[in-house]
Design a protein around this ligand. Structure first.
Ligand SMILES: N[C@@H](CCC(=O)N[C@@H](CS)C(=O)NCC(=O)O)C(=O)O
Length: 215
């Protein structure tokens, strides 16, 4: 039994939960997960019992509680340095963190209009202003990193920054947002990664419907 417990939201919808979950799973860090669905109109009161923000993800490690997706990744990266959550090279690590921070703090138009939804069938939707600017910046990041590393992941092997962008891979896919061959190859690498497949299989088992996340 692992002493790391990661509380996550619905695997079908919870993009912020997917990020640390995938970083840990994809880098071979032992942990357990507990799903707390947000299928209540006013939010699930259970989330408030375990999270200071009333949001997931939250990590428990004995008495230590860490919230916010990127803070969780950083905590676990320090706990398991050999797992290689970040690139080993300091300059590459700085770039990976910069991209991850862009994801955490930006791309609001895309995130607002195009919710992650693992089980959704592929279908384009009308996109409000700003969404394609976000798509363009993300594709520039991917192109830049993949050209430097040679792929198949942004920094060669799978790292936390790929986990940070994994919900975007789902969004690009289900809303049919790109035909760029470099993006498509990267999306395929993420979607076929065993850790992503494991999350996807669990998401497909879920039956909760969250109407506001059904674009
Ligand atoms: N900045 C936070 C965002 C967390 C967040 O917004 N989580 C959503 C799920 S993806 C949530 O808990 N929603 C529940 C609710 O609003 O009731 C992070 O990076 O962890």
């Amino acid at each position: 039994m692992s002493d790391l417990i990661l509380y996550v939201g619905n695997k079908n919808y919870s993009s912020w939960s997917l990020r640390p979950w995938l970083a840990l799973e994809g880098c071979g860090v032992p942990f357990e997960d507990v799903v707390i669905p947000f299928d209540f109109p006013a939010g699930n009161p259970e989330i408030h019992k375990i999270s200071p923000t009333g949001r997931v993800p939250v990590l428990y490690h004995g008495d230590v509680r860490v919230w916010e997706s990127l803070a969780i990744i950083e905590y676990v990266a320090e706990l398991f340095p050999e797992a290689g959550l970040w690139p080993q090279d300091a300059v590459e690590r700085a770039a990976a963190r910069s991209y991850s921070m862009e994801m955490l703090s930006g791309f609001r138009a895309l995130r607002g209009a195009c919710p992650m939804n693992i089980r959704r069938a592929v279908a384009a939707i009308d996109l409000p202003n700003g969404v394609m600017d976000d798509v363009s910046r993300i594709e520039t990041i991917w192109r830049e990193a993949l050209a430097r590393s040679g792929g198949p992941f942004l920094f060669g092997r799978f790292t936390a920054v790929d986990a940070m962008f994994a919900p975007v891979v789902n969004r690009f896919e289900i809303y049919d947002m790109t035909s760029d061959p470099v993006s498509r190859a990267y999306m395929k690498a993420v979607k076929t990664h065993p850790a992503f497949q494991k999350w996807q299989a669990a998401a497909l088992e879920e039956t909760w419907i969250v109407p506001e996340d059904e674009a």
